[in-house]
Design a protein around this ligand. Structure first.
Ligand SMILES: [Zn+2]
Ligand SMILES: [Zn+2]
Length: 381
């Protein structure tokens, strides 16, 4: 393949946020044939094989997470490196890779401190809808298309920064591999890195989407003594029990906080809000015991505010913690979690509720928004 050849790719582009549901009718994601520039320095061309549909994509579509448009969405993906640009150090053609939703520059203070989630260059590029280089490699005729989280995974082909990618073992099926980039990285990372859950601790998880269910698996792998799972959707509660939850509660029940506090003798050691709702985060706070830790991976609308008692924070020596990108270094965490999957310690294949073609992406967004789906995977052929 020539270094200057422009590829064509079919991608799911969001032109404007805030279209009404059902998305099967309003069709916020348009399938558009796009031109893809060759990879620049430190960039690679990837043939994507699978991409997960995550709630953060939905938040961009409904406008609660504002991003520049037009944007090709998708931020949980896996594929094969087809071509490398100049100065690519870590990857070669044929490598199997998982995409990570914050590219790390690897030379700022945050990256040096082992906290790439805080990389200013990576987060700046994500906010601007560019690759880490500041460039956009996607075009519809004369119009440049923004990248989503440096990935834009709802497309057969993508150009990404090499630092957006982590190489994985070639034996992992691509639909499962994709999960490690967001759901598993975020959910298991919150348990292992942010909260550092240890054997015998009592934990609760609120919000049983892909990230929340991955946290259930993570808590089981960490040896939690009890795992309380809370959601509004009954079949998700049933699924959580299969994955390792030891008790479940409907989030809509008026007395859920009192019941959990009573069942856990004053609250859990660690409560995780995985829902992106302020109400769930406040509930997580109220079911955390004195001296305990409340961790949130949710990303609610930035205008929403939290209402907590600072006196309780101090007098009960509480910890309230945010966790982004799994609270660690994806380049180290993803191979570790893949290894746990291969050893049976982390059966993440149970997170996949359906596979669908790219053509059905708007229907997939409806299924996610209505709560009927866990993790749906777009499979490319
Ligand atoms: Zn995600
Ligand atoms: Zn950095």
């Amino acid at each position: 393949m020539s270094g200057t050849l422009k590829m064509k790719t079919l991608g799911a582009v969001l032109r404007s946020a805030g279209k009404p549901r059902p998305y099967s009718v309003s069709r916020p994601l348009e399938l558009v044939e796009l031109e893809l520039d060759p990879p620049g320095p430190h960039e690679v061309l990837v043939e994507l094989r699978a991409a997960g549909i995550c709630h953060s994509d939905l938040s961009v579509i409904d406008g609660s997470r504002q991003r520049p448009t037009p944007m090709l969405l998708g931020h949980e993906a896996a594929g094969i490196v087809l071509q490398t640009g100049r100065n690519v150090i870590h990857l070669k053609t044929g490598d199997h890779v998982v995409a990570v939703f914050v590219p790390a520059c690897r030379h700022c203070g945050s990256c040096d401190a082992g906290r790439p989630a805080l990389c200013a260059a990576g987060n700046g590029a994500n906010g601007a809808g560019t690759l880490l280089s500041g460039q956009r490699r996607l075009h519809a005729g004369a119009e440049a298309i923004h990248h989503h989280c440096g990935i834009s995974g709802f497309s057969k082909f993508a150009v990404m920064a090499e630092n957006s990618l982590v190489r994985i073992d070639k034996s992992v099926p691509f639909d499962i591999a994709a999960l490690f980039g967001c759901a598993v990285l975020t959910g298991v990372g919150a348990v292992m890195n942010s909260a550092k859950v240890t054997e015998g601790q009592h934990v609760a998880i609120l919000g049983l989407g892909g990230v929340g269910m991955a946290a259930v698996l993570g808590a089981r792998a960490a040896g939690a003594a009890s795992i309380t799972a809370i959601d509004t959707v009954p079949h998700k509660l049933a699924q959580a029990l299969k994955l390792g939850a030891t008790a479940t509660y409907c989030a809509d029940a008026a007395d859920v906080i009192d019941r959990v506090r009573e069942a856990t003798q004053g609250g859990v050691d660690v409560a995780f809000d995985m829902s992106g709702s302020v109400k769930a985060l406040e509930s997580a706070w109220h079911i955390t015991r004195r001296g305990g830790r409340t961790v949130s991976c949710g990303l609610p609308d930035p205008k929403h505010l939290l209402s907590l008692s600072p006196a309780q924070l101090v007098a009960e020596e509480r910890i309230l913690q945010g966790s982004y990108l799994g609270g660690g270094d994806p380049a180290l965490d993803i191979p570790r979690y893949v290894n746990w999957y291969q050893n049976g310690k982390l059966p993440v294949d149970a997170l996949i509720s359906a596979s669908l073609p790219l053509l059905e992406i708007n229907e997939g967004m409806d299924a996610l928004a209505s709560g009927t789906a866990l993790r749906q995977i777009i499979v490319f052929h």
